[in-house]
Design a protein around this ligand. Structure first.
Ligand code: 6PG
Length: 468
């Protein structure tokens, strides 16, 4: 079974995502030849495929020999050294013009390095991020490709067919440039994911701690948000579902039994590292990472500064929370898109942010109802480096700022941490300020280090002997 046709694809790595992609390819009529070092996984996939066009191969050699040339091989192995090992084992079996598509969450600098070294061996390489988790992989992920352009042209129909559909136009799949561009935008997708998840989580905590909303009531709050196009999204939707889930063992709401130490696999950290490297200010994204770090550090047990008496929850309070979320969500996306625009300028990527937003329209974890608002601001972001200069976005921030501030003040009064919302408010306040505290920093630097400063009334650099 399983002869080479013009629709043959090789796939290496049959973890959760690899199996999902294999079944997705099968559904779209591809003959998918699969390999994993762990034969049990291969067996499991064969059972899930129920006799469909997924063909297990027991060695890499057999896999390579099953494919039509130029070969198209997808890698779904763990990012880092496992990806390097898989490529090293594969390359001696390949020929000029074959292509490897890395669909893992690889670091963009690794992707850049692999692109160059494989290019020297005439193997075409596409570093490609996918988003959507297990379900997305099987039913339609968002796909962010980068790397060899001719490989993209040949892979595009395959990737497009398995990607999530859009309401109008081509599916959620795009090419963003060479030198790690695909994995860079996927990395920032995850940075935004961290920020946006944290903003939602902070709203939940305030609803619980200040107003005493039980999970069921808090679920209704997020259900109401989910019906409101201004703030509805995949992540808001799953938050409502999480709050409704009961623990089978104890009969209690499951959320009440979950420990708060948050994990991370590194993509949020990479986003902040890239921002530091490029000199981009992305406090909403970085604050979300810090909260995850803090959650895993030791904290005193059994002490709480929170007030016992709960405030009653009124309609106005719900509207304030909605405004806080709406305000924060735009600052969160702004940070990510600004970072991408900055990286694109530094790397010479011809980055089309509108195309990126099209790719994030469905299938990915940060898909939202309000993406059309952000899409409308992409031209401004390409020109000014930020979506904050867009008239529509700035009008929304104006309308929601007071709600966001009220929420933050109440959080501080109730000793409930909302660091991400605070970062969003501080960032937006600083952005709109005529003068930042750095006016004094410049004077201090010149005082002790003769670093020089610029004046607002004359050109050039100045130095003052401050104690003369
Ligand atoms: C996606 C997700 C996915 C994943 C990451 C983040 O787009 O499908 O971002 O890539 O959930 O692994 O995980 P951490 O929260 O563990 O860093």
């Amino acid at each position: 079974m399983g002869k080479a046709t013009d629709k043959t694809i090789g796939l290496i790595g049959l973890g959760v995502m690899g199996q999902g992609i294999a079944l997705n390819l099968m559904r779209h009529g591809y003959q998918t030849f699969v390999y994993d070092k762990d034969q049990e996984k291969t067996q499991h996939l064969a059972e899930r495929a129920k006799g469909g066009s997924v063909y297990p191969r027991s060695t890499l050699q057999e896999l390579v020999e099953s494919l039509e040339k130029p070969r198209k091989i997808l890698l779904l192995v763990r990012a880092g050294s496992d990806t390097d090992t898989a490529i090293e084992e594969l390359v001696p079996l390949l020929e000029s013009d074959d292509m490897i598509v890395d669909l893992g969450n690889s670091h963009y600098q690794d992707t850049k390095r692999r692109e160059i070294s494989l290019g020297q061996k005439k193997i075409r390489f596409l570093g490609t991020g996918i988003s959507g988790g297990e379900k997305g992989a099987q039913e339609g992920p968002a796909i962010m490709a980068g790397g060899d352009y001719s490989a993209w042209q040949e892979m595009e129909p395959v990737l497009r067919s398995i990607a999530a559909p859009r309401a109008e136009g081509q599916s959620c799949c795009g090419y963003f440039g060479r030198n790690g561009a695909g994995h860079f935008v996927k990395m920032v997708h995850n940075g935004i994911e961290y920020g946006y998840m944290e903003l939602i989580a902070e709203i939940y905590l305030l609803a619980k701690e200040r107003y005493g909303l039980e999970p069921k009531k808090a679920a209704s709050l997020f259900q109401a948000f989910q019906k409101d196009g201004r703030v509805s999204s995949y992540l808001v939707g799953i938050t409502a579902k999480i709050l409704e889930k009961m623990d089978e063992q104890t009969g209690k709401p499951l959320i009440q039994l979950i420990a708060d130490g948050a994990g991370n696999k590194g993509t949020g950290k990479w986003t902040s590292e890239a921002a530091l490297e490029l000199g981009a200010c992305v406090p909403v994204l970085t604050e979300a990472l810090y909260v995850r770090y803090l959650s895993a550090e030791p904290r005193p047990k059994g002490q709480s500064r929170r007030q016992e008496a709960k405030a009653s929850f009124k309609k106005e309070d719900q509207e304030e929370l909605r405004q806080a979320l709406e305000f924060g969500q735009y600052l969160c996306f702004e940070n990510g898109l600004k970072l991408i625009a900055k990286a694109a300028a530094a790397s010479g990527w011809d980055m089309d942010l509108k195309k990126l937003l099209d790719t994030w329209e469905n299938g990915c974890i940060i898909r939202t109802e309000f993406s059309s608002m952000i899409k409308g601001a992409c031209k401004d972001a390409e020109k000014a480096g930020t979506i904050l200069e867009n008239a529509g976005i700035s009008a929304i921030l104006k309308q929601t700022r007071s709600g966001a501030k009220k929420v933050l003040k109440k959080a501080l009064d109730s000793n409930v941490p909302m660091p991400c919302l605070s970062a969003a408010l501080q960032y937006e306040t600083a952005y709109g300020s005529q003068q930042l505290p750095t006016v004094m920093i410049q004077a201090q630097r010149d005082f002790f280090g003769a670093h020089g400063y610029r004046r607002i009334d004359q050109g050039g650099m100045f130095h003052t002997d401050w104690e003369a």
